[in-house]
Ligand binder design. Structure first.
Ligand code: CIR
Length: 258
């Protein structure tokens, strides 16, 4: 059975999105929407079934659905995003995930963004960032430990989320940007490094037999191809202006329990 990829349309209010590292500029909403549709087609090409949740035009960052939940085989954990403006995004996501998994919820004062949670087998690497606090990391650890997961906190420097700088590539391999995350924090795993100077390139999405990579990062794509990965290039330029990468725009639900 195919993995399910939940997505959410680009909101008409995206020009009011949260920004941490980038200056506010104009986002071309129609171009962002066209690029987002091409991203959904890339997910389908990788073998996923894409399901769009309803638009939320009053929630500027709703397209970045990854941050609203951590979906494991056994449970879906509904997050409490670190940015207050993003907290209502979880409502529609929880409603849909309730059909697919038992739910657990991260409660105040904990904060956790899904973009900070990198799963490799039974290890949950969780970024120490402004979006995910210690209470959030510990709440996730408590929820998931009975299913055999271990939570491993990871320092993240000068970028929004752990997954802005580290991605799972299947099996025991991760792609890491050493400018933002220390490769030694993934001891025991195979490490590939994104190309120096390609900030954001370590955010890729491995799905099926493909790795989706952003068009802006050709040198990192070559690193992946030389290592034997099949890549599909996706143009993500407009949503990158909202500090979104490729993993951020979907929640992948593997076909185990539905
Ligand atoms: C935010 O700052 O929350 C959004 N503008 C971007 C979120 C990107 N999500 C992700 O990296 N998982």
């Amino acid at each position: 059975m195919a993995p399910l990829a939940l997505t959410r349309p680009v909101s008409r209010s995206i020009d009011r999105c949260q920004l941490t590292y980038l200056a506010r500029g104009t986002i071309d909403i129609d171009l962002a929407s066209r690029q987002h549709r091409a991203y959904e087609q890339a997910l389908e090409a990788a073998g996923a079934t894409v399901e769009r949740l309803p638009a939320a035009d009053d929630l500027p960052d709703a397209v970045f659905i990854e941050d609203t939940a951590v979906v494991l085989d056994e449970i879906a954990v509904i997050t409490r995003p670190g940015a207050a403006s993003r907290r209502s995004e979880t409502v529609a996501v929880a409603r849909r995930l309730a059909d697919l998994r038992p739910l657990a919820v991260i409660e105040a004062p904990a904060t956790l963004d899904g973009g900070d949670v990198l799963r490799v087998g039974r290890s949950l690497f969780v970024g120490r960032t402004a979006r995910s606090n210690a209470t959030g990391r510990e709440a996730l650890a408590r929820i998931c430990e009975s299913f055999g997961y271990t939570m491993i906190p990871v320092d993240v420097h000068d970028c929004l989320h752990l997954k802005s700088a580290a991605s799972w590539l299947g099996d025991e391999t991760v792609l890491v940007d050493p400018a933002h995350v220390c490769p030694r924090d993934f001891e025991g795993l195979n490490i590939l490094r994104s190309a120096p100077g390609e900030t954001g390139a370590a955010n890729v999405l491995k799905i099926g037999g493909l790795v989706l990579t952003a068009a802006a990062f050709p040198r990192t794509r070559r690193v992946l191809e030389r290592a034997g990965f099949s890549c599909r290039v996706v143009e993500n330029g407009e949503l990158a202006r909202a500090e979104g990468g490729l993993s951020c725009c979907s929640l992948i639900v593997d076909p185990v329990a539905y």
